[in-house]
Design a protein around this ligand. Sequence first.
Ligand code: NAP
Ligand code: NAG
Ligand code: NAG
Length: 334
Amino acid sequence: MSLCCYLEYIGVTVVIVAIVTIANIFSTKKRDLKGKHVLITGGSSGIGLSVAHDVARRGASVTLVARNVANLQKAQEEVEGTISSISGGGKVQFFSADLSSNAEVAYRVVKDAEASLGPVFMLVNCAGFARAQKFEDLSPQLVKSMMDVNFLGSFFITQEVVRSMKQQEEGVIVFTSSQGGLVGLYGFTAYSAAKGALIRLAESLHMEVKPYNITVTVCCPPDTDTPGFEEENKTKPIETTLISEAAGLFKPEDVARKLVDDALVGKFFTTSGLEGYMLTTLCTGMGPVTDALSFFSQVFLGGLFRSVSAFYLWSFGRIVETEHQKRMASKKVE
Ligand SMILES: NC(=O)c1ccc[n+]([C@@H]2O[C@H](COP(=O)([O-])OP(=O)(O)OC[C@H]3O[C@@H](n4cnc5c(N)ncnc54)[C@H](OP(=O)(O)O)[C@@H]3O)[C@@H](O)[C@H]2O)c1
Ligand SMILES: *[C@@H]1O[C@H](CO)[C@@H](O)[C@H](O)[C@H]1NC(C)=O
Ligand SMILES: *[C@@H]1O[C@H](CO)[C@@H](O)[C@H](O)[C@H]1NC(C)=O
């Protein structure tokens, strides 16, 4: 293809994306959260807590689920503060539960939450954590808990919520994966596997619940400034730090607002930043088609983004090689 043809191709793509964007603005039917019940796992901290503030501001009642009671109480007070600043706001309740422990615990939480605030209209699965370590250094216990919290911790609670949503014939389900769930990266052998599993779960569930007027959304946050990220950052291999720095650090409020906006219109992927847009567009595979803009981006920009990804992979490979050489050199000195 000559340069001018290629520019024409880009130009046409830009025009189509622009038209579709405008069409999207007018056609989108955004669901309303006023008076609805939103259940948020991991709602006592970070992205989950920001989602709680966001949906409370939109008039929803909120259930927060996490383990630590003191943090839950503090979060409840904070979200009540947000609610008091609007008129006709909802309520906030919390339940302390370890969602990774077993299915019965997760089922119980949903039943108790619905007993006081009514059927769950929106479920946001945010409970999770990341630890980056070299493959052979990951302890069996850490591998298992990353899978238990991130994957099973979302699986079981969603089962009970789906039972209820199918009866209501409406609902919004969100799984929090990661950009590291879209692509495997140095240090993330266990974490990427757990977060990647959530995407396959979401695709399958999307197909099952669509006839019931229930949408499924996967959030793939970039590095986000939260207590969880601070903890993860303490023990990262240098390679993981250098590689993930490329995309920058985002604010949890911004990630949360985008998550809620996208989930309410039923978009399959939600993310923040340019890298996030590129990754979700590139990694969609045979995922569901939920909106015109995402679909046209995937069709027209997929090839371009694959080329750009080669440059990223090349620079990541250089980071890994450089650190490897440094380690070899320091070994020789010893
Ligand atoms: N921050 C980032 O850079 C980033 C990037 C990509 C993806 N993510 C994902 O986004 C989600 C939120 O991350 P964050 O950074 O906001 O984390 P965070 O600040 O550490 O918050 C995690 C929340 O999950 C709860 N939780 C953890 N284990 C649990 C368990 N077994 N049962 C019930 N609740 C549990 C925590 O409360 P308790 O500890 O009291 O239980 C807390 O409320 C996670 O799934 C994370 O993997 C984050
Ligand atoms: C689907 O759910 C929305 C609210 O989420 C509701 O307004 C709409 O009436 C429902 N549609 C059908 C066909 O049940
Ligand atoms: C993460 O840790 C590295 C040191 O390992 C530090 O240079 C960096 O500033 C930290 N980033 C954040 C956002 O805390």
